[in-house]
Design a protein around this ligand. Structure first.
Ligand SMILES: Cc1cc2nc3c(=O)[nH]c(=O)nc-3n(C[C@H](O)[C@H](O)[C@H](O)COP(=O)(O)OP(=O)(O)OC[C@H]3O[C@@H](n4cnc5c(N)ncnc54)[C@H](O)[C@@H]3O)c2cc1C
Length: 475
């Protein structure tokens, strides 16, 4: 190799000399990959198989010095830069075509201080890494529902999961962060230092810099929880969802129940003839005393006549991985999402109609219940501002072959359009696909959006960090 053609920020090709690349590599603690190098393909691969991009150069960082070096190199050479944490984001912005990709996947450390109930977490850590280390000390913080998701991307968009009704969103539990900003400075952000930046990274995504360390608050929790599934036939969904909607109104924060509508998976507690049939599934999580939980969960079993149910006590870390088999990487995925503040009859009828016409065996629509403590935080307290979202609804198109692309994507868009009039108009930024750049503002309340644009203009005026759900700096 003598020189390398690589994309600049504007999308034009520019050239790096061999000397420039060698200088970049010198002193880099991690690995720098070019196309064809062993490890290149692994580093560029992300969860959603719809995204198959080839960066010109991949910098796989070992530490914060490597991150700073990469940010400086991108800025000085005006390069298109993308940042990969856990590589889970549906939009696929972690990997750029023809530019420079900063891969943080090796920076996985999770250090728990059990006395102070705090954790310092690297930007390559996955939820499983965090949960495992925190639970080893009997502690936890709210994260998502699929253990192979990256802590970094999840946190930067807000983050919610089973524990959010009890302990708030992930960002409500973030105490501080170390960030390499567009000018290559290392900045510490918390409520008392660079508070504007700290506000912005709690929901504003990777727009303001590369986070190299997250410091979280932890709560005594676990190790066991009452969890499980109740699976009803789809023809009972209207009644089941109407009763569920009523139950949510008085549900304690310790209880969380998500709704998943899909073909029944071949679970051992379901009769064989229900496998593959359309179903409405209540996924149940109780974070208090299991005996108390049993009593609270009992009525849900009577919302209809279930195909089957399995509710039991299991380790929290096991439940955090319970959905992994349905969410494995390497499959084609397309999502459409919006938030709901109520589940109206119209919304229920629409979802039932579309689940009756599922375009592939793995496709599902879920309503992730939030509310509780997550909704008691002021709308402008963090950039994650959709505090009125009682449910984040996600239409999760999931299929195996390119031949099915058109059919599944069209179905997802049609359901989204048909259900939009019952939704709040807001959306969770972390559930947005790559074709939704015009909708980024909908992820934030209007006042918050204005503040985010000002913050972007202050911290990244040339939009170095643009491979994300982008907040453009004002001209
Ligand atoms: C199967 C599945 C289940 C999910 N479940 C939940 C859930 O229960 N709750 C929930 O809240 N979300 C959930 N999500 C959404 C998830 O929060 C986002 O996909 C999130 O972006 C994943 O983070 P990541 O680090 O893995 O992603 P990546 O694709 O690596 O990163 C996403 C984006 O974040 C930015 N970024 C990443 N790391 C950094 C960093 N260190 N500094 C600056 N910017 C950075 C980049 O812009 C990047 O493009 C789920 C996603 C999937 C695919």
């Amino acid at each position: 190799m003598t020189e390398l053609n690589i994309k600049s920020k504007s999308g034009e090709l520019t050239t790096l000399s061999e000397g420039q690349i060698e200088t970049f590599k010198t002193g880099f603690n991690g690995t720098v990959f070019l196309a064809g190098d062993s490890g290149f393909d692994e580093a560029r691969t992300i969860w959603n198989a719809m995204i198959d991009r080839r960066p010109a150069l991949i910098a796989q960082a070992q530490n914060a010095d490597d991150v700073k070096r990469t940010v400086d190199f991108a800025r000085e050479n005006d390069l298109l830069l993308s940042i990969k944490g856990g590589g889970h984001n549906i939009a696929g912005n972690a990997v750029c075509e023809g530019g420079l990709m900063l891969d943080l996947s090796q920076m996985k450390s999770v250090k728990v201080d059990s006395e102070k109930r705090r954790a310092n977490v690297g930007p390559g850590a996955l939820l499983a890494d965090f949960d495992r280390e925190a639970q080893a000390s009997g502690l936890a913080t709210p994260l998502g529902i699929n253990s192979t998701t990256g802590v970094a991307g999840l946190t930067l968009g807000g983050g919610f999961g089973w524990l959010s009704r009890k302990f708030g969103t992930t960002v409500d539990n973030l105490l501080s962060a170390e960030i390499i900003t567009a000018d290559g400075k290392t900045v510490h952000a918390s409520e008392t230092e660079n508070a504007d930046l700290f506000w912005g990274i709690r929901g504003g995504g990777g727009n303001f810099g590369v986070v190299t360390n997250f410091e979280f608050k932890l709560h005594p929790f676990g190790p066991n929880v009452l969890t499980g599934l109740i699976v009803f036939p789809l023809d009972q969904a209207k009644d089941v969802l109407a009763k569920y909607r009523e139950a949510v109104k008085t549900m304690p924060d310790d209880l969380n129940v998500w709704v998943v509508l899909r073909k029944a998976p071949p679970l051992p507690f379901l009769p064989e003839d229900s496998h593959g049939k359309e179903a409405v599934i209540l996924a149940i999580f109780y974070s208090g005393d299991p005996a108390e939980g049993e009593k609270l969960v009992e009525p849900f079993k009577t919302f209809g006549t279930p195909y089957g149910q399995f509710i039991g006590v299991q380790p929290f870390t096991a439940w955090q991985q319970a959905f992994d088999p349905l969410l494995t990487p390497g499959v084609r995925n397309y999502w459409k999402s919006h938030n709901f503040t109520e589940m109206s009859d119209g919304a229920i009828d629409t979802v039932i109609k579309y689940v009756g016409e599922l375009p592939s065996p793995h496709t599902e629509i879920f309503f992730g219940l939030i509310g509780g403590q997550a909704s008691r935080v002021a709308e402008d307290a963090t950039a994650y501002s959709q505090r009125d979202a009682l449910w984040a609804c996600n239409v999760h198109g999931r299929w195996e072959t390119p031949e099915e692309d058109k059919k599944v994507i069209a179905w997802a868009r049609e359901f989204f359009d048909a259900s939009a009039k019952y939704a709040s108009g807001g959306v969770y930024v972390n559930f947005m696909t790559e074709d939704e750049t015009a909708r980024v503002g909908s992820a934030y309340k209007p006042e918050v959006w204005k503040r985010l644009v000002d913050l972007k203009t202050k911290w990244d005026p040339t939009n170095l960090f643009r491979m994300n759900q982008n907040i453009k700096p004002s001209a």
